[in-house]
Every structure is written in structure tokens, then in C-alpha cells.
Design a binder for this molecule. Structure first.
Ligand SMILES: Nc1ncnc2c1ncn2[C@@H]1O[C@H](COP(=O)(O)OP(=O)(O)O)[C@@H](O)[C@H]1O
Ligand SMILES: [Mg+2]
Length: 239
């Protein structure tokens, strides 16, 4: 089986604002994340967490530096290949779910499966929704679902392609901690399927679910290792 190790070397992402001001969203950033790791990216608002996910997911290009994911040099690939790379390699879970409001839960998930040319997409979408505990809700539209259920649809959509890398941007941001725990448990369980999972949060308590926390401040890594106050099981997390 191929590996999808993530290797960032001296990566910077700068935004030019107006004529003179530059925002260094990521500043000479280097990190290695091995295939199959579950990692939390921790940092305050504006520290570069989303930018990091966007670069790994090839939603944006770095200003400088190199990014390898497995054998792909995604800092160099062309737009069309970026699309293929994203489709085949990355499952995104966005903070605000980004569900299509006029599609049912099932259609939201099946749509992504169809884009990824997954065979038997409807059946796969149903199975994926069952995995996240929404087997009874597949005909519901997003507005008929609670926030936690919508987030689970978003997770089912990220899982249906069976992509090796899951990028979750503040997946518990809108949820109470009981619902949040269910979501986090689902994400962490993906390790058993040999997936890499990156969970972004600004909440230090939540970061304790992982054995590795990469902490950001102003576009730089300030620490990388086990959580300072120790890893705790998800059932014990409160925030
Ligand atoms: N498209 C953009 N244009 C200009 N500045 C941006 C853009 N995206 C992000 N930034 C800036 O880059 C920094 C990091 O942003 P972001 O990665 O979204 O941080 P986080 O997800 O940790 O809150 C912030 O200062 C933000 O304002
Ligand atoms: Mg963000």
C-alpha cells in the first residue's frame, strides 16, 4: 500500500495586503507527519491553522518552500493535477459544514462519491452515513438536522471517498462538548483504517485527545510533541 507521508519544508504563505503590508500566514514552516498519524494542530485564531490545511489539501499554493504528500510534490503540480490529488487523497471537513442546503444528507454524500468516481456511490453513501450514526436521517435536508448531525454528514462526506488523509478544521467549533466528543471519536477511529487525521482546534483541552500536538503561533511552530498536560481519553474531555 502506498504511503502518504506529509513533508513540509521551509514553507511560507504570504498574503499581500494593499501596497506595503504583508501577512505571513505561515512563516518558514517545516513539519513531517507520517501516514497513519492522528495529530492535533493547536493555535489561537489567526495563527495559520486553516492556511496549513489549505496548503496540504492543495486548495492554495505556497508562496515558497516545498510540500510533498507521498510521491506528490504538491508545491509544483498543475491545477488539473491538484484537482485529481484532492479528489483522491483528501477528505475535508470544514468548520461550517458547507453542506448543500438543497440536497438531502444522502445526496450531499453521494455527490462527493460521484465526483470521486466511486462505484456504487449511492450504496457507499448510505454506508458512510450509517457509520456516523445517521442511517435513519438520510432523507433529511440540512435544515432538518441539528448542528451535530450536520457535522456528521460532513464527516460521512469526507469518509465516503476512502481518502488516506482527513483534514478537519475546527470540527467541534459549533458543537456542545457531548456532541463534539462523538465527532472527535469518529475522527480518531479513522486511525484504525490507516488514515492520517489532522484535527485543527484553538482549544487546548481538545488537543489532549492526541499523542502529538503541533502548536502554532503567528505562522510558526512553537511546540511539537505530546500534549503538555498529558493525553486523555475522549470520554474524559470537557470544554
Ligand atoms: N485570503 C487571505 N487574504 C489575506 N489574509 C489572509 C487570508 N487568509 C488568511 N489570512 C491571514 O493569515 C493569517 C492566518 O489565517 P488562518 O490560517 O485562517 O488562521 P487560523 O485558521 O489559525 O485562524 C491571519 O492573519 C489571516 O487574517
Ligand atoms: Mg481557521
Amino acid at each position: 500500500m502506498s504511503n502518504f507521508n506529509i513533508r513540509l519544508q521551509n514553507v511560507s504563505k504570504h498574503y499581500v495586503m494593499g501596497s506595503s503590508s504583508i501577512v505571513k500566514a505561515l512563516d518558514n514552516f517545516s513539519v513531517n507527519i507520517d501516514h497513519g498519524e492522528v495529530v492535533v494542530v493547536l493555535g489561537p485564531s489567526g495563527s495559520g491553522k486553516t492556511t496549513l490545511l489549505n496548503l496540504i489539501g492543495a486548495l492554495e499554493n505556497a508562496t515558497s518552500g516545498t510540500i510533498h504528500v507521498g510521491t506528490n510534490d504538491i508545491s509544483r503540480i498543475k491545477r488539473q493535477k491538484q484537482f485529481t490529488y484532492r479528489r483522491e487523497t483528501i477528505g475535508f471537513i470544514f468548520q461550517t459544514f458547507n453542506l448543500f442546503p438543497t440536497l438531502s444528507a444522502l445526496e450531499n454524500v453521494q455527490y462527493v462519491a460521484d465526483l470521486a468516481k466511486i462505484k456504487h456511490s449511492k450504496q457507499k453513501a448510505i454506508e458512510s452515513l450509517q457509520t456516523v450514526g445517521l442511517g435513519e436521517r438520510i432523507r433529511h435536508f440540512p435544515h432538518q438536522l441539528s448542528g451535530g448531525e450536520q457535522q456528521r454528514v460532513a464527516i460521512a462526506r469526507a469518509l465516503v471517498k476512502d481518502a488516506p488523509i482527513i483534514l478537519a478544521d475546527e470540527p467541534t467549533g459549533e458543537l456542545d462538548f457531548r456532541t463534539g466528543r462523538q465527532i472527535l471519536r469518529l475522527l480518531v477511529e479513522q486511525k484504525q483504517m490507516r488514515k492520517t487525521v489532522l484535527i485543527v482546534t484553538h482549544n487546548r483541552e481538545i488537543s489532549r485527545l492526541a499523542h502529538r500536538v503541533i502548536e502554532l503561533q503567528a505562522g510558526r511552530i512553537v511546540s511539537d510533541g505530546p500534549p503538555k498536560d498529558g493525553t486523555v481519553s475522549i470520554d474524559k474531555l470537557e470544554w
